[in-house]
Design a protein around this ligand. Structure first.
Ligand code: HEM
Length: 415
């Protein structure tokens, strides 16, 4: 069935109410994987399903420059970063990110995270209550700084964590929460740009660190990055590492809701640990979608994509597409025992190829950090029956999180 023409009504209020299901529900109603609407006052084409993901990440008919809304650039992304680049400029910048994702760097990250978890578990055992989200966000901020080579004293970690969280929460927020994110980005970029200048003066002091790699990186034109843009890219490492704290909190919620998973992982089943982490990434909401812009007009599925049109790909909807996932609303880690690792069906961090396209550069690190976290929660510590709290996940808030942040008490380190 061909999709209806762009509607006159702006759908932003409906989208804000249900950012995770807006596209898939409308698509189901219309009986199509692609439809036009108006969002944030702009004509917008929404796509869902694995075939749509293939088109979205396929030939270069869609570009990123000018696709992201301004409110996203001023908070989550920053200006001039890898997310907004295309073609050769993107390939060269992305190669810099992917050069940091070697097996050695992943191992270094796992070790840093393991040490940080063991240290925190000791501290938690002396605290009456622990808000897991708050604590894990700080833990990951410490790990992110240690891994990238950004030297912060321990006293500065809570403030740095708050800034990074503000950037993550701001894009979909309105009012003070949005403004906090903008301010946080301006201040963080300023401080890190200064640090980049210092690295360039004495690069040997930062040898082998991701911070040095960014500071000394040369773009496709052979020029080093403007310090402000380098700061955006350093933040593209620090910020999402802290964002993994949301997945860790959701993993704790999943362990609570599925005690058999807790049991199986704590007994040492490492294959199941992997399936569990993948199912957390598939099942729980994080970023609802990604945006691109039509560079060359094309047709797909009987639908015309005019030049300049903003296109949204429904990440959460694809992770819950019943054509791909049997019983998508059930939490079933076992399903990953037979998953073929398709590049267009499990897309919480984008789809396609990590090196050639815009798929998340830190996807492997995310899985690593989640595995360390779930190992820590199940094998390195125990905690009491959960205290009374609101574990519901407000679905209008993106990225999502249990309302209470997941509070635990009576933490005991394992022998
Ligand atoms: C891109 C999600 C963790 C670095 C992305 C994209 C998504 C995403 C949806 C956009 C894909 C697209 O545009 O098609 C997430 C989630 C994370 C996470 C949900 C975990 C909570 C990380 C980590 C790092 C990272 C740990 C690095 C340490 C990046 C970078 C890009 C990116 C550099 C831009 C890639 C490009 O434009 O080519 N991520 N990410 N992310 N992510 Fe992540």
């Amino acid at each position: 069935m061909s999709a209806p023409p762009v509607l006159g009504v702006d759908d932003t209020p409906a989208f804000r109410l249900s950012p995770y299901t807006f596209v898939s529900e409308r698509a189901r109603e219309l009986g199509t994987d692609v439809f036009d609407t108006r969002l944030l006052l702009r004509p917008t084409t929404c796509m869902t399903g694995p075939e749509a993901a293939r088109v979205f990440y396929g030939e270069r008919r869609l570009v990123r420059h000018g696709a992201a809304p301004r409110r996203l650039l001023l908070t989550l992304f920053g200006r001039g970063g890898v997310q907004s680049l295309d073609g050769e400029a993107h390939a060269v910048r992305k190669a810099m990110f992917m050069s940091l994702m070697t097996p050695q760097e992943r191992e270094r990250m796992r070790e840093l995270a393991g040490e940080a978890w063991r240290e925190r578990i000791g501290r938690w055992s002396r605290m009456p209550r622990v808000n897991l989200f708050d604590e894990v966000s700080e833990l990951l901020c410490e790990v992110a700084c240690a891994w990238t080579g950004v030297r912060l004293d321990r006293g500065s970690i809570p403030h740095a964590t708050a800034r990074l969280l503000a950037m993550i929460e701001a894009p979909a927020a309105v009012g003070p929460r949005h403004l906090r994110g903008r301010r946080a980005r301006v201040q963080a970029e300023k401080g890190i740009a200064e640090l980049v200048r210092r690295v360039r003066e004495r690069p040997e002091r930062f040898a082998g660190t991701p911070l040095q790699a960014v500071a000394l990186h040369r773009d496709a034109d052979g020029a080093p990055l403007d310090p402000r843009v380098a700061a955006v890219e350093v933040l593209n490492l620090l910020r999402p590492i802290v964002a993994v704290g949301r997945f860790v909190t959701l993993a704790a919620l999943a362990l609570h809701a599925n005690p058999h998973c807790h049991e199986r992982i704590s007994s040492g089943d490492d294959a199941y640990l992997e399936y569990f982490v993948q199912e957390v990434r598939r099942f729980y909401p994080f970023f609802p979608m990604v945006a691109a812009k039509v560079a060359e007009p094309f047709e797909w599925n009987g639908h015309h994509f005019p030049k300049g049109r903003r296109v949204l790909l429904d990440l959460h909807g694809i992770d819950h597409d019943p054509r791909v996932w049997e019983g998508p609303e059930e939490f079933r880690p076992e399903r990953f025992g037979t998953w073929d690792g398709g590049a267009f069906d499990l897309v919480p961090q984008g789809g396609g190829d990590h090196h050639r396209g815009h798929r998340c550069a830190g996807e492997w690190l995310t899985v690593d950090l989640m595995k360390v976290a779930v190992t820590a929660l199940t094998r390195w510590m125990s905690y009491g029956v959960l205290p009374e709290q609101d574990l519901s996940i407000p679905r209008w808030r993106a990225p999502a999180l249990p309302a209470s942040g997941f509070v635990i008490d009576r933490v005991i380190p394992a022998e």
